[in-house]
Design a binder for this molecule. Structure first.
Ligand SMILES: [Zn+2]
Length: 221
């Protein structure tokens, strides 16, 4: 996986998370590869989607993602630190207690999570969904092509270790296919990122038809 770009890692992690949360809720799906195939087919589209329901569930969760302590309404931190992206909307909200919030500092959610020695399977599924989408949306196109950071590679290894052996071959095949497809269609260097950047600009500077009004703004931080 040494040639894995951030773009590939995002797609693969999104595919895995979709598969994982289906099969962990219903073990009868485990033996087949259909769910995983669909997850890979829809991963890129999913990364481009909004996270309205996941965001609402995270706000209502009221527990610290890391330690499980009770968290007051609006208390928490940003999924992607505002030092990296000045995005104050509820979509960028991670419920965290004061202590964990302080330890997160200016790291992004996954970077901090993996750095703390935690496993990707322990991260709240909605938090992972929101994180992957924000990371995809707000990473400049040229950076999506750079090698995936170490914490992404660790997270992917952890994800891979949850796969039953009969799916491992299928997983690696799809990983190669994703790399091939992204390079072949140039999906992220031209049409996709520029449109995504346009979206992020609208979100940051307004003028998107009031979509942001659906998201209560974060207090503080
Ligand atoms: Zn905590």
């Amino acid at each position: 996986m040494s040639d894995l770009s951030l773009m590939h890692a995002l797609i693969a992690l999104r595919a895995w998370s979709q598969w994982y949360y289906v099969v962990s809720m219903n073990s009868k799906y485990l033996p087949g590869c259909r769910i995983l195939r669909v997850a890979f087919e829809t991963a890129l589209k999913s990364l481009q989607s909004e996270s309205r329901k996941a965001v609402i569930r995270l706000i209502a969760y009221r527990k610290c993602l890391m330690c499980g302590a009770d968290v007051g309404l609006g208390q928490g931190d940003h999924v992607i630190p505002i030092s990296k992206v000045p995005y104050h909307c509820a979509e960028n909200y991670a419920p965290l207690c004061k202590r964990c919030n302080a330890s997160k500092g200016a790291k992004d959610l996954l970077e901090w999570w993996i750095g703390k020695g935690k496993c990707i399977t322990e991260l709240h599924p909605d938090a992972l969904t929101v994180y992957l989408r924000l990371k995809f949306r707000f990473t400049p196109p040229e950076e999506l092509h750079l090698p995936a950071p170490e914490y992404f590679k660790i997270a992917l290894q952890q994800a891979e270790s949850t796969l039953p052996t009969n799916l491992l071959g299928f997983w690696r095949e799809n990983l190669k296919k994703v790399i091939y497809d992204v390079l072949r269609t140039d999906a992220c260097s031209k049409s996709l990122p520029s449109s995504m950047l346009a979206v992020s600009h609208r979100s940051l500077y307004g003028g998107d038809g009031g979509r942001e009004d659906d998201h209560p703004h974060l207090a503080g931080h």
